[in-house]
Structure formats: structure tokens, C-alpha cells
Design a binder for this molecule. Sequence first.
Ligand SMILES: *Cc1c(COP(=O)(O)O)cnc(C)c1O
Length: 370
Amino acid sequence: MFIPLSSPDITEKEIEAILEVLESPNLALGPKMEQFERQMAALAGRRFGIAVNSGTSGLHLLVRALEIGEGDEVITTPFSFIASANCMLFERARPVFVDIDPDTLNMDPALIEAAVTPRTKGILPVHAFGQPAAMAPLMEIAERRGLKVIEDACEAIGAHYRGRPAGSFGDGSVFAFYPNKQITTGEGGVVLTDDERIAFLCRSMRNQGRGEGGGWLDHERLGFNYRLDELSCALGLAQLQRLPEILARRAAVAEKYNRLLAEIPGVTIPYISPEVKMSWFVYVIRLAQGIDRDRVMELMQERGVQCRPYFTPIHLQPFYQKQFGFNEGDFPVTEAVGRAVLALPFSTVLQEEQIVSVVDCLRESIEEAR
Ligand SMILES: *Cc1c(COP(=O)(O)O)cnc(C)c1O
């Protein structure tokens, strides 16, 4: 038996879409990219979409477009994938972490205000595991304090907060399309914004700093090669067409897990706030304090069930500890959650029998680890 942590869901439609591009003269900066950008923007009710070669690239472009730089502080969560904090470091700005809500696992909005200093330039919320952060109190603080907001919606395509789509908040937002995400382009991401200037800057910096009307060898500003090719965009378009079906299928898998896991002592299933509509990215349980999470994980892997400790807190990553002097105890909720979490195999293509096998394996592994 081998059940992988995640699997992409690629059908004949995706394959045909890519073949069609291969037979066309345009492999980069072509019609598929424009179409993909338009559809992604529409999905979140945004004016502009800028396709990029990763979610990380998208976050980096927004940091630069919002002129967040050396010495600036951005308030964010330590319970995330490392890119949401690294994007500040690329520009010598400083991520200022605040602890998380123990239920939603998103930034605790009650802690944001106290973290604001004269150097604070922005807030970067992350919708962990596909559950939108508490955007109403967050946006209220940002507006009152004149702070920029970068919405890391990389894990939350199709989610809603109080009826509004993830990716529609803040000065700019980012979705990502790595193969473990709800929909994939291989590598890829998209920046969304309603601000024409931010859109223009991101588009220019994505393409080596080229301007709009200028020639291929005219570079108006420092830029990067963060472009997303036509093959990836065609794949993204085909996946996007199937998004409703994909999200429904993932919700059904989560529901099945919820039902089966409810009977296992020591296991806490994901908490979903009544304010949100979830877009299931990963399925993460928490184990009670007396259970050795790492041992359970080891036993499950030995039995062919891949699982992972999603997330290890960013401030405890070796590089962050060394660079900024963070220690155990700095963000106690994040750390306690980080020690207890376990991501189980989860994907659109996970079968009923596999879900049952994972749950059986978890039950046995917990018993053996006691
Ligand atoms: C996936 C993800 C990203 C972007 O990752 P890439 O691999 O660069 O596409 C950023 N932030 C979070 C929270 C993510 O989960």
C-alpha cells in the first residue's frame, strides 16, 4: 500500500489543452495567459490579474509594488508556508509575527493592533489550509492605521469570507498553483488587484522591467523573469473550468474524514468558522497532547501512508532562529499547534477505500505509539 500526501487531478481535457498550445506558434506571453488572467480576476471579482511563475513570485511582486522595503515592518502569521514571510526578506523588510487563533489557525486579529509600530507598513494575512483569515477586523485596523494589505490566498482559491471571495481583499492578493494546490499549472501563481498602478508595476516587473509601449530591449525598472508560459496557462484554464467539481469533491473527501475520525479518541478534526466557506487545500488533524505525533507519523509512513507535520512554525525554522533570534516560547499557540498537527493524504482523486485505509492506519498507529 502507498497513499501519497497529495496527487494532482489531470484529465484528458488538460492534456488536450496543452497539446493545442504545442501546436500553436505562441509558447509564452500569448492568448492563454491573457485568458487565464481574465478568468482568475473574475473568480475573485478583481479588475486585474497578472500570471506569474509561482505564488512566491507573486508575493514578491506585491511587496515591491507596494514599496515595502528596507526597515519596513509587515505584520504576519508564523503558522504558514515559509514564502509568506520570506517575501518581505527579499526586500530587506521585516516580518513581524503575531500568534494565531487556536481554532481557525489564522492570525489572531486581537493581537494585530499591539504589533503596530511607526515602521509598520502592512499586514500580510494567510488563509491557512483554505480557511480565510478574519478579514473584517484585519481590514478595519489596516484602514484606520493606513496600512497596506497583501492577501496570501495561495491555499484558498474558491473560498469565501462573509460571502466575499478569498483573493478579493487587500491591495493585492495571490493564488498559487503548485501541484499540491486545489488546481495546478505545474509551477505558477497569479497576482490579483483592483489598482491599475499596482497591476502595471507587477506586469512590468514580472517581465524584466519592460514598459507597456516600449521595445523588447527597453527596461524601465528593475525586473525579474517571473512569467508564466502558455502551456502552464492552458493547463490552468482547463483546471479552472473544473474548479467547482474539484472543490466539491475535496469537500466530500473532508466530510468523509470528519465522519470517520470523529470516533477516534485523541484526534481533533479541523475547526471551520461559520463566517467562511472553506476551500479544502489540505486535511490537517490535531493529536491530543499525550500522543507522540512524530512517532505516529513514522508508523504511518512505514505502513505506506504519507503524512506531514503541516506547518512547522516559521519562526522556529533554523534560518529564522539564527537570523532573528527567535526561540521556543515566542508564539505559544503557534508552537503548541505546530507540535500537534498532522496532515493526512488528501486530494481530489483520493478514493473512499483509501480514506478508510488512512483512518484505520491512523487508529492503529496511535494505539501503537501510546
Ligand atoms: C503554496 C503557497 C505559496 C506559494 O508557493 P509557490 O510554491 O511559490 O507557488 C505561498 N504561500 C502559501 C501560504 C502557500 O501555501
